[in-house]
Design a protein around this ligand. Structure first.
Ligand code: ZN
Length: 352
């Protein structure tokens, strides 16, 4: 669920550039293995991490539930993981590429799932929407963004697909909260929560190994999607996202090796956080400038994405554009007017 927007990452270094093939692993620190699971989309992989315990493994993130992931896990469990059992599964957040195989692993090894509460509960809720029809308020939401009949029909036909690549989650979980210390492989890892990409995203920081497992909260070469969805039309995820990036910068030293969920492990955390923040600030400035004239959400795509939006990416492009608009509206910089079911945004005129 990440928008693939290439960004200049020249301040970063990649000490482990050669990624492991699905089913194999690469040790990147004592007892910390890097594995990859294939994804059936343009972003074709997710990194998962296996941390050695005295009697097995803690696995962090799991891949989508597909035949290819099952095959890769079967191979990895037999070989690099040496047939030793998975003792615990931790998911950074609820997106299907992270949580999809969690139920498969916990079921197979009869082990617990550890997550933050909002990620677990939100995932169960969205999986509950699978196979349902698109609700009328969701259709109205996208209509208000300026979608045409064809786009709305495509959305209605695809609605309810969230759970299709998620093996049923276990019916209970172990909660991780911000600031918790979780012992993994005999070492303390500190839990840090980020928001904006997903509701209560977990990062894990091990000072002893100088490692940060960052999930989708910080990615080196792509920028994580920050979206408003029809379930909460007035949400302000961009403010949460920017606050989370700033908090990460304060709480985690620059020297760490970052283990992201996509792309490769990298150094240069603070430079990356600054670049991600600057990108959004520039986007906010561009949007504000364009709103001298009234615009709909879809009118701003060319400005924000600088490439045509494919039908399948329309939801994320709309969500991300709205994240910028809601941010500006909440802070009183722009107004929104509903005309014939469509929202028009414009810079607030200052009356003197
Ligand atoms: Zn994600």
């Amino acid at each position: 669920m990440d928008a693939e927007i290439p960004v200049n990452a020249d301040a970063l270094t990649y000490p482990f550039a050669a990624a492991p093939q699905p089913g194999s692993a690469r040790e990147i620190a004592p007892g910390v293995l890097w594995l990859r699971m294939p994804l059936p989309m343009a972003l074709d992989h997710i990194n998962v991490w296996a941390l050695a315990e005295a009697d097995g493994w803690t696995v962090i993130d799991t891949g989508m539930h597909t035949g290819a992931s099952e095959a890769a896990w079967q191979k990895a469990l037999a070989q690099p993981l040496g047939g030793r059992p998975v003792r615990r599964v931790v998911c950074t957040h609820m997106h299907p590429d992270h949580v999809g195989m969690a139920g498969w692993l916990t079921h197979r090894f009869d082990c617990p799932l550890w997550m933050t509460r909002l990620e677990y509960v939100t995932c169960r809720m969205l999986v509950g929407d699978t196979q349902r029809e698109a609700p009328p308020d969701a259709v109205r939401f996208y209509q208000a963004c300026g979608w045409d009949a064809q786009a709305l029909a495509h959305y209605q036909a695809r609605f309810g697909s969230f759970g299709k690549r998620i093996f049923p989650l276990p019916s209970s979980f172990q909660r991780i909260s911000d600031g918790d210390t979780v012992e993994i492989g005999g070492r303390p890892w500190r839990a840090l929560i980020g928001r904006g990409h997903s509701p209560e995203h977990l990062c894990l920081y091990c000072p002893e190994l100088a490692l940060l497992i960052s999930g989708d909260q910080v990615l080196p070469r792509i920028s994580s999607n920050v979206s408003v969805f029809p379930t909460e039309p007035a949400a302000d995820p961009l403010a949460e996202w920017l606050a989370s990036l700033s908090e990460l910068r304060q709480r985690i030293p620059d020297e760490v090796l970052v283990l992201p969920a996509h792309n490769e492990p990298f150094r240069g955390l603070h430079a990356r956080l600054e670049k991600l923040t600057a990108r959004h600030e520039q986007a906010l400035a561009r949007v504000l400038e364009a709103l001298g004239e009234p615009q709909r959400v879809i009118d701003l795509f060319a400005l924000l994405f600088r490439r045509p939006i494919a039908a399948d990416a329309l939801t994320l492009a709309t969500g991300e554009t709205l994240a910028h608009l809601n941010y500006l509206q909440r802070r009183g910089h722009i107004t929104r007017e509903l005309r014939d079911g469509v929202c028009w945004y414009q810079t607030r005129t200052v009356r003197t």
